[in-house]
Design a protein around this ligand. Structure first.
Ligand code: PEP
Ligand code: MG
Length: 913
């Protein structure tokens, strides 16, 4: 069989394929590539090319494109072509600079950095000062007139090259360095002088020889080739793989390698380095904002060893450089049409731009900058809508920590369960919280710290400024309740040991007692030592209003709130909720004055006793419903019949056992003992192994129909009373946790019967609906059946996620961190709707329900209702509304508007990251 080579085929076909261009040069005012070539050049390489083409002073260099990395992955080496093109580019660079790599009196030194299409901060490797060897280090010492700087740069190169390229453990170098500091009796790295650093270099070389069985390469070209390949290899290191899994980045993309002439900001007082923003990233104010240090390297600015100087000072010290920097960064902002975050270095009076990218900013700044840029004609109103991440709108609704004034010591990081900031003194029980919080003019700020919260803590949660728990996830009691209250909560901070009995919390070897101050950041999950100041919330900020008025006309999804009490309903309306999508009536039972009646109802031996207790609860529920209906003033209010397992209303079995044992030993004749024994018996009867799958939801109303009856009566009596006052009411009664049509029929029959009874008694009728929650896979599967009875659906995606995955909502935190770390799950499915599985059930349930009842109104009321990606999904599958806690209403409104606007404008998720 004849074999044909590629070259022969091309000749036969009469055409010559272009050889692959692996290496793209940038420098001297022009670049081979441009900003659009992120696939080939990576984000960094594309940015360097774009800045070079724009005529900005960028240290010159070249980018070896991602195809070379893919080649390296396939064959374990790059082709000869890559090597040849790299040498050509290096020769070009040497010519442009008038220097030789690692040779001569003024040696060229370069950095070698990774740069993938999507930013993967810190995941891959970098080598700086490449080109230094025993000769060039002396030349650098002489030319810079700073031997210490030269030797320090050299020892850094050996260290970086050793660990990255030769894979020598970092600790081997650290041991040498630490020993030298000890020997010289200095604390900081900067305390070692040139001579000491020369000694370190000699010992580092021995480390290389010992571990790598070879000498540190003195040939700069060899250094470069080995470093390039090491960066390609670093694409496959565990950190990078892990990061890609979490962020859904394709493993086959590969990284580019950027080789760039080094510039130094530490060559004396005409050199320096700094970072800045074109507008203030905290407030959005249009001002030049940043910091710099004279005679310093980049890491000195961020490490906190020296205090950087405000960038405006640069105007006095180097006015020409300052003006050039202003002019360049203004140009960059116009070019990228967004706030820029830039890095620069001044080497002996000459300015170099090292990086520019769209800057991260607070929610307040994001809104303000978006408005400004529309005013300035840089972007359109439609583009502006996408410049704010919906989650960032929290910033307007909750206080924030002011981190400028105090040093921040983070004790632990838990789940950002409910956003905002809270600063207060620690308490360990709800009663303690009430006592310490005080009232009237003598109010104190307290943080309730618990292993986890239970419904019995509600009075303490109510008065606390913030809640911290060491266990529990994003849908734990603490998380759900605080989000409803708009109160800051950090949940599941596993590093913190809470001992409620000893009234102490231990973390990082420190012990905290009641009265000690801590600060919580519920937006990031940080627990901070001490008393930070806070900045006020701005829910009615006029700029926010203006921004929302641009976004809102696009929105198709309705946005309702999950609110249980009149106060939350009023709050929700203020944030723009168009009704209540979930009123959890059991939350109304948890109030301190109601719990005894609920307990009597549960303890009742027969229906008569139970009805007597329910009668006491009826007026309380009715008055709450009246408040909620009034607050919603004509908007629909979805009220769910009682859901939680009954034992949740009773004391803990273990506590009762202890109490009984103590009384038996000390006061065996006490009448309390008898009562406690009977309580324990009932608690044991109600005890369930799997309460989440147990006696709850509609099962409760089916086994004790009088509960549903009482609730329906409270709802309709309230509705009629409010309607008689001329306020429009639209009650929607919702039956939870159904799996079958028969359950739905059973419960809705009770509701309809009671409605008619009340209308007859009160001689007034109101329109109402009876619907179901779809929170079990079976319900989604037989949704066409259930829709024969149900007049609306609301997906309870908390339970639906629980039952679809088979993960317990309350215990998932034991598993989830590992699942996320291993990339088995990309996101917490209780926070971000799992589109593939749970989402499929939501889509299917909606379609099947509407087959039976084409105008079926469908919403979602799990925690996902306020999470932007889940809201987008709900829009895409044609739900009517989402419902979320009041403090997420704004976020849901913007997310829904963005989802609809991107349909219309064909914008591809253009949010500012
Ligand atoms: C749900 O399951 O999604 C829901 C809203 O109900 P709950 O969280 O009260 O179980
Ligand atoms: Mg539920």
């Amino acid at each position: 069989m004849a074999t044909t080579t590629l070259a022969q085929t091309e000749v036969e076909n009469g055409q010559r394929a272009q050889p692959t261009k692996y290496v793209y040069f940038f420098g001297g005012g022009k670049a081979d590539g441009n900003g659009k070539m992120k696939d080939e050049l990576g984000g960094k390489g594309a940015g360097l090319a774009e800045m070079t083409n724009a005529g900005l002073p960028v240290p010159p260099g070249f980018t070896i494109q991602t195809e070379a990395c893919r080649e390296y992955m396939r064959h374990g080496a790059v082709s000869a072509q890559v090597g040849r093109q790299m040498e050509e580019a290096l020769a070009h660079l040497e010519k442009l600079q008038g220097q030789k790599l690692g040779a001569g009196e003024n040696p060229l030194l370069v950095s070698v950095r990774s740069g993938a299409k999507f930013s993967m901060p810190g995941m891959m490797d970098t080598i700086l000062n490449l080109g230094l060897n025993d000769q060039s280090v002396e030349a650098l010492a002489k030319r810079s007139n700073n031997p210490r700087f030269a030797y320090d740069s050299y020892r850094r190169l050996i260290q970086m090259f050793g660990s990255v390229v030769l894979e020598i453990p970092k600790s081997a170098f650290e041991e040498v360095f630490d020993a030298k500091k000890k020997q010289k009796k200095v604390k900081l790295d900067t305390g070692l002088d040139a001579k000491a650093l020369q000694e370190v270099i000699a010992e580092y070389k021995k480390v290389v020889k010992k571990h790598a069985k070879r000498d540190f390469p003195q040939d700069s070209h060899e250094q470069l080739i080995m470093s390039r390949d090491a960066v390609f290899r670093s694409w496959q290191n565990d950190r990078a793989k892990h990061y890609r899994r979490i962020n859904n980045i394709d493993d086959m993309l590969g990284t580019a390698v950027n080789v760039q002439a080094m510039v130094y900001g530490n060559l004396g007082d005409t050199s320096g380095t700094g970072v800045g923003f074109t507008r203030n990233p905290a407030t959005g104010t249009k001002e030049f904002y940043g910091e710099f240090l004279l005679n310093a390297q980049g890491e000195d600015v961020v490490s906190g060893v020296r205090t950087p100087v405000p960038i405006l000072e640069l105007e006095k010290i180097m006015p020409d450089v300052y003006n050039q920097l202003r002019e360049i960064t203004t140009r960059l902002e116009k070019h990228y049409k967004d706030l820029q975050d830039f890095e620069f270095t001044i080497q002996e009076g000459k300015l170099y731009m090292l990086q520019t990218r769209n800057g991260k900013r607070t929610g307040l700044a994001a809104v303000r900058v978006a408005l400004q840029m529309v005013d300035e004609g840089l972007i359109t109103k439609e583009e502006a809508i996408f410049r704010v991440d919906p989650n960032q709108l929290y910033d307007f609704l909750v206080p924030r920590l002011d981190e400028k004034k105090t040093k921040v010591e983070v004790l632990a990081t838990g789940l950002p369960a409910s956003p905002g900031a809270a600063v207060g003194q620690i308490v360990f029980t709800a009663d303690e919280a009430v006592e310490a919080a005080g009232h009237g003019s003598k109010k104190n700020s307290v943080i309730l710290v618990r292993g986890e919260t239970t419904p019995e803590d509600i009075h303490g949660m109510e008065v606390a400024a913030g809640i911290l728990t060491s266990r529990g996830g994003m849908t734990s009691h603490a998380a759900v309740v605080t989000r409803g209250m708009g109160k800051c909560c950090v949940a599941g901070a596993g590093d913190i040991e809470v001992n409620e009995k000893a009234r102490e919390m231990r973390v990082k070897g420190q012990v905290f007692k009641p009265g000690d101050w801590i600060s919580l950041d519920g937006t990031t999950g940080r627990v901070i030592k001490g008393k930070l100041s806070t900045l006020d919330a701005k829910p009615d900020d006029p700029e926010l209003m203006k921004f929302m008025s641009w976004a809102e006309p696009f929105r198709k999804l309705g946005v309702r709130a999950n609110a249980d009490i009149p106060r939350d309903a009023i709050q929700a309306r203020a944030f723009g909720a168009e009704g209540i999508g979930l009123c959890r009536t059991e939350h109304m039972f948890f109030a301190e004055d109601r719990l005894p009646h609920v307990r009597t109802m549960i303890m009742a031996r027969d229906e008569k006793e139970r009805r007597a207790a329910l009668k006491k609860l009826l007026p309380m529920q009715r008055s709450d419903f009246i408040g909620v209906f009034r607050a919603m003033d004509g908007f629909p209010v979805t009220i769910r019949t009682l859901d939680p397992p009954l034992h949740e209303f009773l004391p803990r079995r273990e506590d009762l056992m202890v109490e009984i044992a103590v009384l038996e030993a000390t006061k065996p004749k006490s009448p309390k003992l008898k009562a406690l024994r009977s309580l324990l018996r009932r608690v044991e009867e109600l005890h369930e192994v799997n309460p989440m799958l147990g006696h709850r939801g509609c099962r409760l109303g089916i086994t004790y129909p009088e509960i549903t009856e009482m609730q329906a009566r409270a709802i309709f009596e309230a509705a009629v009373a409010v309607a008689k006052d001329g306020v429009k009411v639209k009650p929607e009664v919702m039956i939870p946790l159904v799996a079958t049509l028969n359950e739905t029929v059973n419960q809705s029959a009770i509701v309809h019967r009671v409605a008619q009874e009340v209308f007859k008694e009160k001689e007034k009728t109101v329109d109402y609906l009876v619907g179901t929650m779809i929170e079990l896979p079976r319900a989604a599967l037989v949704a066409d059946e259930i829709a024969k009875e149900a007049q609306f659906f609301s997906f309870g995606t908390n339970d639906l996620t629980q039952t679809t995955f088979g993960f317990s909502r309350d215990d998932v935190n034991k598993i989830l961190p590992t699942y996320l770390a291993e990339g088995i799950l990309k996101q917490d499915p209780f926070a971000v709707l799992d589109r593939e599985g749970v989402g499929q059930l939501v889509r299917m349930g909606t379609e099947r329900g509407r087959k039976t009842r084409p105008d079926l109104k469908v919403g979602i009321c799990g925690e996902h209702g306020g999470e932007p990606s889940s809201v987008e999904f709900c829009h895409q599958i044609g739900l009517n509304y989402v419902s979320c806690s009041p403090f997420r209403v704004l976020t849901a409104r913007l997310a829904a508007a963005q989802a609809a606007a991107s349909d219309k404008l064909k914008v591809e998720g253009g949010r500012t990251k």
